[in-house]
Write a protein that binds this ligand. Structure first.
Ligand code: SF4
Length: 342
């Protein structure tokens, strides 16, 4: 008998892990796909193979990543079903991801799609009527099986065709995680991730920034979007755009976002933020940027307030500490730069 393959939408959370394992337990081959966009999971693209290995080793799940940034950025401008409490288009997000997953079924010879959703778990996107709507608008009616709550749903084609044993599926409901935790324990999984707060689009502060950015920019590019979502933001008087790490942890991320033509700035003699200057070819903007880096660098009670800022052309010269230029400057006064903050 030929093996049945299910393509799983994999978020990396407990529900998606357990739903894959429920299917695998009954002999269904599962290929999991994690969709990424600048709003969720994008950083994984930089260590794709490592992440795939981690998921295989921790959960025994065969994963691949797919980048849906282009489609997602476009959809976010005008999601047909609107936004949630913040700038989160949860219904259209799911429709988009299921639509993309459906397109991938032939590639993996999959007979069905699975996802870890549980009815009643999330206010908007996991109500019974919303789940129906998402299935309809993504063209997935009858092929999308939700193993954790399948028993309270109409049977899918795969169940009717005998490819999946409905008796070995579940009827979990609501926000509690006890059922999922019990299943995880049964599969020997005890290091599952804590419930996440959702993607960046559900963050009240960041989602406002992103929404504002959508209002301002007609043509959104991924490198700009990534920079806009990282660190403190300033628009300098001559059109330069500066982003700087808020904390030491954020500095490597800032550095990793530098594109050709950007400059990187970092303090020479004391700890401080790493900053990217984009579209900052005006010499005055470079001086302002250096003044801002000194302003946000660690202060010493006795030492000088002035500081030397190293200017690098790219991430490698920053790592090698080979600045192309140095600027000795005072910290920029707050009343000067406050109007430049975004
Ligand atoms: S929280 Fe974010 S990733 Fe999750 S469904 Fe909503 S928009 Fe999509």
């Amino acid at each position: 008998m030929t093996e049945t393959t299910a393509l799983a939408l994999f978020s990396g959370g407990l529900d998606s892990i357990v739903s894959c394992r429920v299917m695998m337990e009954q002999g269904v081959r599962v290929k999991a796909v994690k969709f990424v966009s600048p709003f969720f999971g994008y950083e994984l693209l930089a260590r794709e193979q490592e992440h795939i290995e981690e998921v295989r080793n921790q959960y025994g799940i065969d994963l691949c990543l797919r980048d849906v940034s282009a489609q997602y950025i476009k959809m976010l401008r005008q999601p047909p079903h609107g936004y949630g409490k913040n700038f989160n288009p949860c219904i259209d997000c799911k429709i988009l991801l299921f639509t993309e997953a459906k397109k991938m079924m032939a590639e993996f010879n999959a007979s069905l799609l699975i996802s870890g959703e549980v009815i009643g778990q999330r206010p908007m996107s996991q109500r019974k009527d919303t789940l129906r709507l998402i299935e309809r608008d993504s063209g997935c009616r009858g092929i999308l099986l939700r193993p954790l709550c399948a028993k309270s749903q109409p049977p899918t084609q795969a169940e009717e065709d005998g490819l999946v044993d409905r008796d070995r599926l579940h009827d979990l409901y609501g926000r509690g995680r006890q059922g999922q935790i019990a299943l995880a324990a049964k599969f020997g999984i005890d290091d599952f991730p804590a419930p996440a707060g959702g993607c960046v689009l559900t963050d009240p502060i960041k989602s406002k920034q992103i929404s504002r950015y959508y209002d301002e920019e007609a043509d959104i590019q991924i490198p700009d979007l990534l920079m806009m979502m990282t660190g403190r933001q300033f628009t300098l008087p001559n059109g330069g755009w500066l982003a700087m790490g808020r904390e030491a942890d954020e500095n490597p991320k800032v550095a990793s976002l530098a594109e050709a033509d950007d400059l990187l700035l970092q303090m020479e003699e004391r700890p401080g933020p790493t900053a990217i200057l984009r579209r900052g070819s005006h010499p005055e903007d470079l001086k302002y940027a250096a003044g801002l880096v000194v302003r946000y660098a660690r202060k010493s009670s006795s030492g000088p307030t002035v500081g030397t800022v190293n200017i690098f052309t790219d991430q490698q010269t920053l790592i090698d500490n080979e600045p192309m230029k140095q600027i000795l400057t005072e910290p920029l006064a707050d009343e000067i730069f406050k109007p430049w903050q975004r």
